[in-house]
Design a protein around this ligand. Structure first.
Ligand code: NDP
Ligand code: OXD
Length: 309
């Protein structure tokens, strides 16, 4: 049994060292080094090159190193009959919650608009918004969305959320399914997308949905670029229906330098770094699953392949 790490950023050594530090007896390889492919039973991956997963004849589990698994389903050459797991981690959830709070407060206090004015040497006070007057609506009440929702209530926001199945979260008004979507949208001033990207949610942030938000609503997409129809966002910012947006994720990452989002005054961008798996925190769950693979026990944090998340 052995583990291969497959990712295209510069973090392979970080992950390999963290695994070995946690358990020196593990056999861990980078997919870029010489390694015995028939010994690999677990692949710990993040945005792997398509095709690489099919090189391991005895692979028993695909473990996403992040919460999202959309990129795995996009690879049609992946082995389809083995389990996929994902990361569920308290820091991943609290880092996201802190990011969402920071973005919302920056919006309320016009911090990004002031930065633009500062660069132009313009002294121009702007009206600000108050927490007590605003309802934040969160699309997706899973591991990340539910914590964000709870945390925002502690700061005094009115909070509501929408998910596939009905949820009960203290202090949060919950909506579920297509039938309740409109009621959720029409009463949401700040919309936060924390849905997984699946065929059912692709392009969900489109004109038809965003137009149901009240005028001057603000949109935060921290889920996946594929949720947003870029042209529809630009159009609704242009018409003034939306007051602004903060985006962490994009159709193509890094976002091509020619994309209109880069220079849009009402769009605040971050580079897909709202919340990132902390190796020290998530390695124990990966090793636990690796041991479970060996003993044939049920794995933790399994992805439902039917639902795609
Ligand atoms: P979960 O799987 O725990 O939660 C997903 C939520 O979305 C659930 O409440 C689910 O409903 C709901 N949902 C899924 N499909 C639908 C649908 N068709 N209609 C309505 N609701 C739906 O995911 P996480 O909270 O762990 O993560 C969410 C996403 O956040 C990830 O998939 C990833 O893309 C993104 N992410 C982004 C990061 C960043 O840095 N920008 C970092 C980490 C994650 P139900 O509960 O009923 O199943
Ligand atoms: C994730 C991410 O899904 O970083 O974990 O986007």
């Amino acid at each position: 049994m052995a583990i291969v790490i497959i990712r295209q950023d510069n973090k392979i050594d970080l992950w390999k060292n963290a695994l070995l530090k946690a358990d020196a007896s593990l056999k861990v390889y980078s997919y870029l080094e010489e390694h015995p492919k028939d010994e690999i039973t677990m692949a710990i991956i993040w945005k792997h090159p398509n095709g690489t997963l099919s090189e391991y004849p005895n692979l028993k589990c695909i473990a996403s190193a992040g919460a999202g698994v959309d990129y795995i389903f996009e690879d049609d050459t992946r082995p389809k009959n083995i389990p996929i797991t994902r990361i569920v981690d308290p820091y991943l959830a609290s880092d996201m919650s802190e990011h969402v709070l920071a973005v919302i407060l920056a919006h309320l206090k016009n911090l990004n608009a002031y930065k633009i004015k500062q660069i132009a040497h313009t002294w121009e006070p702007m009206e600000y918004l108050r927490i007590k007057d605003l309802t934040v609506g969160i699309l997706g009440l899973g591991e990340l969305g539910a914590l964000s929702a709870k945390d925002l209530t502690h700061h005094g926001f009115k909070v509501q959320g929408w998910s596939r199945s009905k949820k009960i979260i203290n202090g949060v008004i919950t909506f579920s399914g297509q039938k309740e979507q409109s009621d959720f949208l029409t009463s949401t001033d700040i919309l936060v997308c924390l849905l997984p990207l699946t065929p059912a949610t692709e392009g969900i942030l489109n004109e038809q949905l965003l137009k149901q938000l009240p005028k001057n609503a603000y949109v935060i997409n921290v889920a996946r670029g594929g949720h947003l129809v870029d042209e529809d966002l630009l159009k609704l910012l242009e018409t003034g229906h939306l007051s602004g947006a903060c985006l962490d994720v994009y159709h193509t990452e890094p976002l091509p330098t020619t994309h209109p989002f880069w220079s849009h005054e009402k769009i605040h961008m971050t580079p897909h770094y709202a919340s990132v798996s902390d190796t020290n925190s998530v390695i124990p769950q990966l090793i636990e699953n690796y041991k479970r693979l060996e003993s044939g026990e049920q794995l933790h944090h399994l992805v439902d392949k039917e639902k795609g998340y």
